[in-house]
Design a protein around this ligand. Structure first.
Ligand code: FE2
Length: 176
């Protein structure tokens, strides 16, 4: 991400940080609504996500549906599961703050090497690699190609997206 990337993402990161401090789970209505857009193997992954992550993801998905109106299930699933790769790092709120700072000052190749390890730098590496790791998890779960691809591309710049630009734009805007 680099220092300038970090500065650009500060408002998003600050919002995520303060939202993460609340520990409560989803309302019954939100939990039922989210799972109604997921296939059973995706529900299994979804239920492993932390309360703060689920709250963030439902907010993103609700915003996407508000913007697009009735939309295809894999698009809503993409909003709900784009961060699923964060399961592989096992970092809580404070660990993610540290990871974000370390990532800003570390090269991509080093982070990708770290991701193989089992120590704390391994967790940081996997946090950095969460888009690709999430895509692999969703592929294994049999998710729709759109859901898989958005997990992989959700932190890329628009010029590198292979997904439909309009859909990608709505998903990215909802995730800010
Ligand atoms: Fe997100």
């Amino acid at each position: 991400m680099g220092l300038w990337g970090l500065v650009g993402r500060l408002p998003h990161l600050a919002r995520r940080f303060f939202a993460s401090l609340r520990s409560g789970g989803l309302s019954e209505v939100d939990a039922t609504w989210a799972e109604s857009h997921l296939i059973p193997s995706e529900v299994d992954l979804w239920r492993c996500l932390s309360n703060p992550d689920q709250r963030h993801l439902v907010k993103v998905a609700r915003d996407v549906v508000r913007e697009l109106g009735e939309t295809e299930r894999p698009v809503v699933a993409a909003a709900l599961l784009h961060d699923v790769g964060k399961l592989s790092c096992g970092l809580g709120t404070c660990g993610r703050v540290v990871a974000t700072l370390v990532i800003a000052g570390t090269s991509r190749s080093k982070l990708e090497t770290w991701a193989e390890g089992n120590n704390f730098t391994g967790r940081i590496g996997r946090y950095f690699c969460h888009p690709e790791l999430g895509a692999v998890m969703l592929e294994a779960a049999g998710s729709d190609p759109f859901t898989v691809t958005w997990a992989r591309e959700h932190q890329m710049s628009l010029s590198r997206w292979s997904v439909d630009r309009k859909l990608g734009g709505v998903l990215a805007d909802a995730d800010r």
